[in-house]
Design a protein around this ligand. Sequence first.
Ligand SMILES: [Zn+2]
Length: 534
Amino acid sequence: MKKLFMITVILTTLHIKAQEFTEQDTLRGSITPERAWWDLNYYHLDIEVKPDDKFISGTNTIRYKVLDKNQVLQVDLQPPLVIEKITQDGKNLTFESNGNAHFVRLEKSQIVGDFNEIVVHYSGHPKEAVRAPWDGGFSWKKDENGKHFVATSCQGLGASVWWPNKDHMYDEVDSMLMSVKVPKGLMDVSNGRLRKVDKDTNTYHWFVSNPLNNYGVNVNIGDYVHFGETYDGEKGTLDMDYYVLRDNLEKAKEQFKQAPKMMEAFEHWFGPYPFYEDSFKLVEVPYLGMEHQSSVTYGNQYGNGYLGRDLSGTGWGLKFDYIIIHEAGHEWFANNITYKDIADMWVHEGFTMYSESLFIEYYYGKEAASEYLLGIRKNIRNDRPLIGPYGVNKAGSGDMYNKGANILHTFRHIMDDDEKWRATLRELNEEFYHQTVTTKQVENYLDDKVEGDFGTFFDQYLRTANIPVFEYEIQDGIFKYRFTNVINGFAMPLKVEMAGKTDWISPSTEWQQKSLKGNDIQVDPNFYVDVKKG
Ligand SMILES: [Zn+2]
């Protein structure tokens, strides 16, 4: 019997909404007792993909370290895929299924500190992607020559849509081997480095030696050709490899010149690429693209912009290939620093959208970057908070991209020290190197870098959907100002132009005033506030 229960989540103090979540949401989105007692160490995903039948089958070996005594282990796999059997040390185990969650009863006594393995055998027709990568699964496509062109994508939906695993983000596997058997004449490209190819069976073995999040794991199957280069980076020689459809080789050689340019800019801002050991790759796919770790997938049709469009409307968005820059930016924010709970997804998308502006700044200057950020600000809806409800696999507002980037831009202008800002971004990638984090950790880290307490700043911008209104009046040489539409205690410094001079003020919710020579003031537009003159 399945029991449904409700969790009421207060989304904001001002917009109180009740949302219904199911037991399945909780089993997927929380660290259940059957997950908490073991620490992921290693996966060997060993599968055969049959594109003609849209069918997959194989095993995943899950190695884990016992943290606490427990005999029941949760593994996730979504129907219509079916678990055929689960074994430990060659012995069949029993398991009880509750939707996507399967509770395996272990017979061997689980001793704290031991490393044990289970092997999950499974097969079936996995969910087909409807609108990859957003509504993901398997994309079963064909290239222009009629050859199979297949790829997986599964952020949010969960990796358990195509392979059995511990489908929660808090625990990243330490290393992973992917063995993928594909029809003759096709190649599989997955994460990390190609260890070997079994010519007899046409099986490709890819190995990732760094911690990896579940949704980052991918298979891409096609009639690929390869080219590559080495990049002399901050941590030594980095292999950069590109896999594209045979017919697109010449176009790719031209367009992917942006990849080393990206690497130069992002190492400058964020520090060394986080996965030198695993190399960096761009892999062509039949959908727009995704930040799969060390195998960033690409489907932007070899043109600049976002499928040819400039999301900022300023012209700067056409100076670069959106998918190369954005998805590769995720190597630092998503793959290096990874959310523990998808509620904090703004940490991936806010920083990465912001990274686009830093790419622009590196090559075209600070003014250009500001124009880009102010341009994308027009796309913000302020419909709901950036942070979603925790524990139920639910992301916050889609504003996490444009607004997330503008929050960081505002924070940088509060800091008002470009070198310190760059150092902060680089240190952030050291502090949380290869870790999963919460918003709170990132927020506290940033807060410590500036004088004063910015708790209300983050509460306002991340946890409500309201933008501070800077309200002011000027009368008889007196400039009066305050913030409205804000939470209790909100205050933040603002840069203003007054009588031809730049000055700082510290508005709060209380009226303050100062004398003014001149008729009006100008709030620095880099600060994301609404301005209202009374
Ligand atoms: Zn993204």
